[in-house]
Structure formats: structure tokens, C-alpha cells
Write a protein that binds this ligand. Structure first.
Ligand SMILES: C[S@@+](CC[C@H](N)C(=O)[O-])C[C@H]1O[C@@H](n2cnc3c(N)ncnc32)[C@H](O)[C@@H]1O
Ligand SMILES: [Zn+2]
Length: 377
């Protein structure tokens, strides 16, 4: 009761078309972009397949099932939340949806995935918004995903993915992650590689739909496909030379012969190796285009802009150069990003803003050439 005797109403939040209370649930307003992109992908999936059944395995206050229902027009959403203390707030929030289109449970996510598999109850979209690394859930989440369906994975384990705890990265991703300037992209590639390897071990494959890094949090939406996508070309290593700042990709056959000539033909130092991780495309161009068209029609300008940036980086190398690193190594002021991109393109290179670090450039120019061009703009 309030001092005046009126019943207190928990404060309501708004996101997309959803109005909800948070109560004691974990909810980060800053993660709205991750939910926006997932809603767009789900809506495109529904347009294409004429169906959308969603399993949100770690729902918190239920903002995602609410949005999948209201915005992506899911015909069914299963909202699972391991903490039964959130039952009241979840029930109250989802009550805006028609009763027959949702289900609420309070089980361990892995229990839910096993039940789905046992009952042959497969979902078009399985959303797993875990804390920390994804590895306890990825393999089991695949059991609940229908072939051709989508799996949305999360990693909040920035220390491991950025190379500051390689032993933890080894335990989580089966990969030795080293520290280098393209850390945010490395997090996405570790997460996709992990999913591709787990799917391949089962004779299946995954294709990235989109990959989103907001610094410490990495998210990837992947499509489950019937054939493995893990190959020598899509799953390998990234080498980084601490001497000259150059990256290179390394496949399994050349692991013993990695060297860097520092762009000068000098005798080589051994660069550090990170991986294995995903070296294939981070996003599906056709899906990004369809999501962008939808975002524009919904007047979601910042989301449409981000999707456009993602589309620009699809064919570029699996790393980027932060502007600060160009300035530091070139012993000059931090270059203007857009002027540098224009200058690189003027020299015949491909170049774009990395979606995962807007203060950087993604280009097929070597680091040395990029610094040289930055010096004369
Ligand atoms: C990051 S929060 C979810 C936030 C929510 N998806 C959102 O977008 O606002 C993770 C939630 O998963 C729940 N959780 C953690 N481990 C779980 C498990 N093994 N099974 C089911 N739920 C779990 C936590 O109680 C927490 O509410
Ligand atoms: Zn070098």
C-alpha cells in the first residue's frame, strides 16, 4: 500500500509493442537491440514459412515472448524461466496475449529441450539468453530446434572471448582465444564456430543469420540445416602479429607454417594464433535485406541502419582494425573513419565500418597499407 492507501502498481516498461513489468527479473534496456533484431528475423521467418512457434528458454520477465507474439505474430510461444519466483510477474505480463498462444513453465532449460526432443515438439525459433558462456545449452538447444529453424545464442563471457582467459575459452568453446585488437569479432566467431562444431558432430550444420556484438555481450542467430557447414575453409584460425599489427587467416593444413613478414619481406616472427573459430560469413545477406525492409516499414531507423552496416561487412576478412590501433602504430592522431574508408576505396580496396566496433575499419587492405593511407588523408 502507498502512504495514501492506494494499491501500488509495479512500474510499467515499454519496448516495441510490449508493455510489461520487470519486478525482480533480470532485464537490461540496453539489450533492446538484440530483441529488436530477433523480432525482425522471427517476423521474416513467419512471412517465408507461414508459421512461427517460439521457445524462449530463459525468459526473465517475458519481454521476448511478448514481443514475438505481438510483433512477429508468433502463433505459439513457450516462455520458460528457471526461477519460479518470477511466476507472478511473468503471468501478469503474458496475460496480454490470447491464452491459447502461450505457455509458461519453470524448469531448467535443458530439461525443456530434452522434453521437446522426446515429444518430437520442435520449434521454429529457440531463444537462449543465458548468463556467461553458451556451452551448457547449445547442444541441447539444437534438440528442440526444427530443421530449417532458428537458434538464438548468447555469450556474456567477454573475458574468455577477448583472449583474457584462454583456459576458460578452451573449456567453453574448445578454442584457444588470444588477445588482439579485433576482440569483439572474435567473440562472435567463437560462438558461431562452437555451434557449427556441435551441429557437425551430429551430422547437421548451422548458417549464421546475423551476428551482433554490443561489446561484452555477443549474440548470434543461426539457422539449422541438414548438412554440416564446418569445413577447412569455414572453421580455422586467426593469426595476429604483435610486431606489425597484421592479421591473417590460417587453415588446419598450414598450422605449422605460420609466420609474418611484417609487410616488408623481413624474416618472420611467429604471430599468435586464436581458434579454431568460424571464418565464414557472419550474416545471411538475403535475411538481412528482408529484415531491413521490414525495419524500414516499421520506422525502425537505427535498426535498419545497423542491418545495412552488417550487410556491408559480409564479404570482408574476419577481422578489423580499430582506429586507435591505426593511430598508435602509425604514431599519428586517430584518423577520421569515414575519410579513411573513402581513401581505401579510392585505392581499390574494399572497406566498411565493422558492425561490432564503429570506431574501426574492416578492409581487405593490409594493416600496413591501411596505416600508410591513413597518414595521407
Ligand atoms: C539474461 S536473463 C533473461 C533476460 C530476458 N531474456 C530478457 O531479454 O530480458 C536469464 C534468465 O534465465 C534464467 N535462467 C538461468 N539459468 C537457467 C536455466 N538453466 N534454465 C532456465 N532458466 C535459467 C535466470 O533466472 C534469468 O531470469
Ligand atoms: Zn608482422
Amino acid at each position: 500500500m502507498t502512504p495514501t492507501g492506494a494499491l501500488s502498481v509495479p512500474s510499467q516498461r515499454h519496448e516495441g509493442k510490449a508493455t510489461f513489468a520487470v519486478g525482480d527479473a533480470f532485464y537490461r534496456p540496453q539489450s533492446a537491440i538484440a530483441r529488436d533484431l530477433a523480432v525482425l528475423a522471427a517476423a521474416v521467418y513467419r512471412q517465408r514459412h507461414g508459421r512461427l512457434r517460439v521457445l524462449d528458454a530463459m525468459t526473465g520477465c517475458g519481454v521476448r515472448p511478448l514481443r514475438y507474439g505481438l510483433e512477429a505474430e508468433a502463433e505459439f510461444v513457450w516462455a520458460n524461466e528457471g526461477n519460479p519466483d518470477l511466476s507472478a510477474v511473468l503471468g501478469q505480463n503474458l496475460a496480454t496475449l490470447p491464452a491459447h498462444i502461450y505457455r509458461i513453465t519453470h524448469q531448467d532449460a535443458n530439461q525443456v529441450f530434452f522434453t521437446c526432443y522426446q515429444q518430437r515438439d520442435f520449434y521454429d525459433l529457440v531463444d537462449i539468453d543465458n548468463f556467461g558462456g553458451p556451452s551448457p545449452y547449445t547442444a541441447n538447444g539444437l534438440w528442440a530446434t526444427r530443421l530449417g529453424g532458428l537458434l538464438y545464442l548468447t555469450s556474456t563471457d567477454g573475458r574468455a572471448t577477448s583472449g583474457h582467459d584462454p583456459e576458460r575459452s578452451l573449456r567453453t568453446y574448445g578454442a584457444w582465444a588470444r588477445s588482439h585488437p579485433a576482440a569483439h569479432e572474435q567473440g562472435l566467431r567463437l560462438l558461431i564456430g562452437h555451434a557449427a562444431q556441435i551441429a557437425a558432430a551430429r551430422g547437421l550444420g548451422i548458417e549464421p543469420v546475423f551476428a551482433l556484438s554490443t561489446g561484452q555481450v555477443h549474440r548470434v542467430m543461426v539457422r539449422l540445416v541438414p548438412k554440416p557447414t564446418l569445413t577447412d575453409a569455414t572453421y580455422g584460425f586467426i593469426a595476429y602479429c604483435h610486431h606489425c599489427g597484421q592479421f591473417q587467416t590460417v587453415d588446419w593444413r598450414h598450422l605449422g607454417r605460420v609466420s609474418c613478414r611484417h609487410g616488408l619481406g623481413e624474416p618472420s616472427d611467429a604471430p599468435v594464433l586464436s581458434g579454431p573459430l568460424w571464418l565464414g560469413p557472419l550474416h545471411d545477406e538475403a535475411m538481412l535485406t528482408a529484415m531491413q525492409i521490414l525495419a524500414i516499414s516499421w520506422n525502425w531507423c537505427s535498426q535498419a541502419k545497423l542491418l545495412g552496416m552488417m550487410a556491408q561487412e559480409i564479404d570482408l576478412p574476419p577481422y578489423y582494425y580499430p582506429l586507435g590501433e591505426i593511430g598508435r602504430r602509425g604514431q599519428m592522431d586517430i584518423p577520421n573513419r569515414d575519410q579513411l574508408i573513402t581513401a581505401l576505396q579510392g585505392q581499390g580496396y574494399r572497406a566498411a565500418v565493422p558492425s561490432m566496433d564503429w570506431q574501426g575499419v574492416k578492409t581487405d587492405a593490409t594493416f600496413g597499407d591501411c596505416v600508410a593511407i591513413a597518414k595521407v588523408i
